[in-house]
Design a protein. Structure first.
Length: 437
């Protein structure tokens, strides 16, 4: 690479005379041409011997060539900015930067660090110059960079092939395992969907059974309330009838009662006072004159012979009213007995219907609970299957990752720096140029 000193417009040795090349193919002194010829021969020899020099772990170019590369790189860094050509086209500059980065990324075993740095620094002043404006030294540098990039492409292709070969059998096995896991998860989803349909159907049936059971219970409660109401009305009528008969027999005529065992057998004053109060209420209920109602307690406490003529007349009027009311109540009781019996039958039927509806609801409730348990079990099974599938898919991605990374590197290299180099080398269109001092 001794050729690169003149090509970069800097002296090869510190303190030597500077051979500045014209940016557009100007004349070159004979001494510079000699140095270029010597450098080209040295570089060609270095390229041919690269396979043997890779055995050296240091990756050095070797001998005088190493010294020339180091000195040239140092002179490039020290060169004044006015002597450094610059690219005016932004697109060309981006392409040159991509090529420089690709050269610097070449591994040490393929090219030494010093050579990489030298070639990367020479990209702008060689590849960045339009083909028709390059001199022989710049064209030679373009060729060197092309060889490095071609070797880099072959290296990346070899890496991709090695990655694919290393993972081919493992990837096939992992893919087969993933396919089994996917099928298992799909089957679990189908079973869960079927269980969900069963659960929803049982849930609807249970809701309908609950509604029927509730309706039957309400009907049974209503029938029972009706029967209780009828029985209570008849009981009140029977008590009122008995009280009228007790009042007529014991209080008005002074006779012993024969209608109400519990009432007539009590001769205590307290019981008599209760009877008097009850008969007064019945008298008011029958809309009798208030004077008769008020006379009743005094009259009832006297024997029939001790009563005055007025009290006797009042007693006869009350007796007649109580007697008629008792007869009316008797008719009501006789007519109400069948109604009570009918209400009882209706209530019993409603109870049986409610019990059947409740049994049906309970059965459907148990079936729904079973369906929900099965649904939950299948849901957990599906979750486990999907987790296993994700795990196996991640393992498959890990198996594929080296090959994918190698393929990505190769594609990025071809689409980036290699495409840029081919465009700027002159095989395609090339825009921009180099501006000199």
């Amino acid at each position: 690479l001794g050729l690169l000193g003149p090509a970069l417009h800097v002296p090869l040795q510190p303190g030597g005379s500077r051979h500045v090349l014209m940016a557009r193919g100007g004349a070159t002194p004979a001494s510079a041409q000699d140095a270029a010829a010597q450098g080209l021969g040295s570089t060609a020899g270095t390229t041919r011997a690269r396979s043997s020099s890779r055995a050296n772990r240091g990756g050095k170019c070797g001998g005088a060539a190493t010294a020339v590369v180091a000195a040239s790189a140092q002179e490039v860094r020290k060169a004044p900015a006015i002597l450094r050509p610059r690219i005016t086209d932004a697109v060309v500059k981006r392409k040159c930067d991509a090529i420089s980065r690709a050269v610097l990324e070449v591994p040490d075993q393929d090219l030494s660090s010093a050579c990489r740095s030298m070639l990367a620094a020479a990209v702008d002043m060689s590849v960045g110059v339009p083909k028709q404006d390059r001199d022989v030294r710049q064209a030679a540098v373009v060729g060197f960079i092309g060889m490095v990039l071609a070797d880099r492409e072959k290296s990346l292709e070899a890496g991709l092939g090695a990655a694919r070969a290393a993972t081919e059998g493992v990837e096939a096995a992992a893919q087969a395992v993933v396919e089994v896991a996917v099928a298992k998860a799909a089957e679990a989803r189908e079973r869960l969907a079927a269980a969900e349909e069963v659960r929803q159907a049982r849930q609807k049936a249970h809701a309908a059974a609950e509604a029927l059971a509730k309706e039957a219970a309400e009907k049974a409660a209503a029938a029972e309330a009706a029967r209780s109401g009828e029985e209570a009305a008849l009981l009140v009528a029977a008590l009122e009838r008995d009280m009228c008969e007790v009042g007529c027999a014991q209080l008005l005529r002074g006779e012993q009662a024969g209608c109400s065992e519990s009432v007539s057998n009590s001769g205590s004053a307290q019981e008599i006072e209760k009877q008097i109060a009850s008969l007064q209420n019945i008298a008011r209920k029958l809309s009798m004159e208030e004077s008769l109602v008020l006379m009743f307690p005094t009259m009832a406490r006297k024997s029939p012979s001790a009563r005055s003529s007025l009290e006797k007349a009042a007693a006869n009027m009350l007796e007649d009213a109580f007697s008629k009311h008792a007869q009316a109540l008797e008719v009501k009781l006789a007519a109400g007995a069948p109604a009570v019996e009918g209400c009882g039958v209706t209530a019993e039927e409603a109870k049986r219907a409610g019990a059947a509806a409740e049994a049906d609801r309970q059965s459907l409730s148990e079936a729904l609970a079973e369906a929900q348990r099965e649904h939950e079990r299948l849901r957990r099974e599906l979750a486990d299957s999907e987790a296993e599938q994700r795990k196996l898919e991640e393992e498959l991605r890990a198996v594929r990752r080296p090959g994918e990374e190698a393929r990505t590197l190769l594609e990025a290299f071809r689409e980036g720096p290699l495409r840029a180099f081919l465009a700027l080398r002159g095989d395609g269109s090339c825009d921009g140029g180099v501006a000199g001092p």
